[in-house]
Design a binder for this molecule. Structure first.
Ligand code: ADP
Length: 527
């Protein structure tokens, strides 16, 4: 795939993924805001209703008292005519005149001072009555008659009754005057507000905890629930008990401590679903991307590896070629000693190539799980000794040394001796290979719980954090800078890790650039 196209694809996919996430965040935000608005609307209606009911209830209690008083006094109220209203309509079509009269009279009730409150004086209450009369006359008779009062109508309809609307207005004005001077505790109780709010909120489906308080000129009164705390974000207010002039001394404040939670529970299901789907997309996308990058990386590494191998085969092949040419030379072919020398040379080069091929084959066999790894109980310290024997020659060549610090008491482990020797040899060879100065290697063993720990420490070039994470990957090789002649294929540690894992063990490396590395192997003991 074209590199540029690949990058473009990655950028586009990442952008659309970010876009999807942003859209989700936007959707969530607007839904939350909408819910908040709806909540506000519901709560405003609720507290509006509660304020109205409080006023009505107070009014009603007074009204009840007043009516009882009116009925029980037995006093004949003073009657006053207040207003007389006439309306005359002449209808020529059916030759009639309609006279409509409405006379409004009022009755005064003098209330004793004890009725409302000891502090106020007696109050006069008015009750209004209306008498409505409709009379229909013959036009001829009506026009001819001089004195209408003597005339008897053709039809007369009389209606009378309380003028409750007027009564109410007059009553409301009076009661408000009186109630406004009463202490708040006598006008309303905590329980009453609690009950009203609860009922109304339930009706509107606002099923979350609420607290309330009545405030007078921004100061809290005693009428409030125990947990009330003012918080501008979740508190709503409404004036209550307005007086005749429309002034409000009191405010009812209602707060919802769990408002956010309540609003969120509505969205939680769908939000969770969208988060899950987005996560699935992110995971799928990143693993696909990861896979793609890995594939590219592996194909790069493979071509590197092939180049490397070819290069390494070239030298022995050339050497063998030269040796064969030399043997063919008539001067040499008769010289048995020289021929043997060249044959040895060919054999050595052949051996090198064989070892190379063997190395590659081993790891690929391991990949396909074709390697038969049979295990038996072995003393691991003996295995380490054997491995040290294997590297002794190259170590001597570099004048290096290995110090053993065997502290483990229990050393029996179930393992495959041949592979395990290879493992230790690989690590020791690396320790020598990647030490530019005289190699000094320390090998420690110890028991931690049910494990045997082997630490192999060198004084070599060390490695970067990045390399520490990746040295166990197939074909990974760090650029070794000044160590140009160090050869390898990046397969050794991949093999080591595979074998250790096959033994239910773990391997990791601690290292610092320039200060050497320590490879740590952890392998389970047998009881
Ligand atoms: P190879 O040695 O053939 O390159 P390995 O798998 O054995 O492959 O090692 C992988 C890489 O890990 C090496 O190329 C080297 O960069 C790094 N490495 C391994 N052992 C050491 C060590 N003891 N000190 C520093 N670097 C090391």
């Amino acid at each position: 795939m074209n590199k540029l196209f690949f990058r473009l694809l990655v950028v586009l996919m990442s952008l659309s993924l970010i876009g999807i996430i942003l859209v989700q965040v936007y959707w969530f935000n607007t839904s939350f805001k909408n819910n908040d608005e709806q909540f506000k609307f519901h709560v405003k209606s609720v507290i509006g209703n509660v304020a109205e009911k409080l006023q009505k209830q107070e009014e009603y209690t007074y009204y009840e008292k007043f009516n009882r008083y009116k009925d029980s006094t037995g006093k004949i109220p003073k009657k006053n005519d207040l207003l007389e209203f006439y309306y005359v309509h002449k209808n020529h079509k059916n030759n009639t005149t309609v006279v409509y009269t409405n006379s409004i009279s009022s009755q005064d009730f003098n209330m004793s001072s004890s009725f409302f409150d000891k502090k106020s004086d007696g109050v006069i209450f008015k009750s209004y009555n209306s008498k409505r009369v409709t009379e229909v006359y013959d036009n001829n008779r009506f026009d001819n008659s001089k004195v209408h009062s003597n005339l008897s109508p053709n039809l007369k309809i009389e209606k009378s009754g309380d003028l409750s609307a007027l009564d109410n207005v007059a009553y409301e004005i009076n009661y408000k005057e009186i109630a406004s001077v009463m202490p708040l505790q006598e006008r309303v109780s905590k329980e009453m507000i609690q009950k009203l709010l609860k009922k109304e909120l339930e009706e509107y489906g606002v099923n979350t905890k609420f607290e309330f308080g009545v405030f007078s000129s921004s100061l809290a009164t005693k009428i409030k629930s125990s947990g009330f705390v003012f918080n501008a974000n979740n508190t709503y207010s409404i004036p209550i008990f307005s007086d005749n002039e429309g002034n409000n001394k009191y405010q009812l404040l209602v707060s919802f401590p769990n408002k956010k939670k309540f609003l969120l529970t509505d969205l939680i299901g769908i939000t969770l679903l969208s988060i899950i789907f987005t996560l699935i997309i992110i995971i799928a996308y990143s693993s696909a991307l990861n896979q793609l990058i890995r594939q590219r990386h592996i194909s790069e590494i493979k071509s590197d590896f092939i180049n490397n191998m070819t290069h390494e085969f070239k030298t022995p092949i050339a050497t063998i070629n030269l040796a064969l040419d030399a043997i063919k030379n008539p001067k040499i072919i008769g010289n048995e000693e020289m021929v043997l020398k060249y044959i040895q040379m060919i054999k050595d080069e052949n051996k090198r190539m064989h070892a190379q091929v063997e190395n590659v084959l081993r790891i690929s066999k391991l990949e396909k799980k074709e390697l038969d790894i049979s295990k038996e109980t072995v003393n691991i310290q003996e295995v380490i000794e054997d491995a040290i024997e294997h590297v002794n020659l190259i170590l001597e060549d570099r004048q290096g040394s290995i110090s053993k610090h065997f502290k483990a008491d229990r050393t029996n482990v179930l393992l495959n001796e041949v592979h395990f020797i290879n493992v230790i040899v690989n690590i020791l060879e690396n320790a020598i290979k990647y030490s530019p100065n005289i190699p000094k290697i320390d090998i420690f063993t110890e028991n931690i719980k049910e494990y045997l720990i082997i630490k192999i420490k060198d004084n070599g070039i060390g490695m970067s954090k990045m390399a520490q994470k990746r040295v166990f990957e197939k074909f990974y090789r760090e650029h070794t800078g000044d160590l140009h002649d160090v050869k390898g294929h990046g397969l050794g540690l991949a093999y080591v890790k595979k074998i250790i894992e096959d033994h239910n063990g773990q391997i990791y490396v601690e290292s610092e650039k320039g200060k050497g590395s320590t490879f740590i192997i952890k392998i389970p003991l047998i009881n």
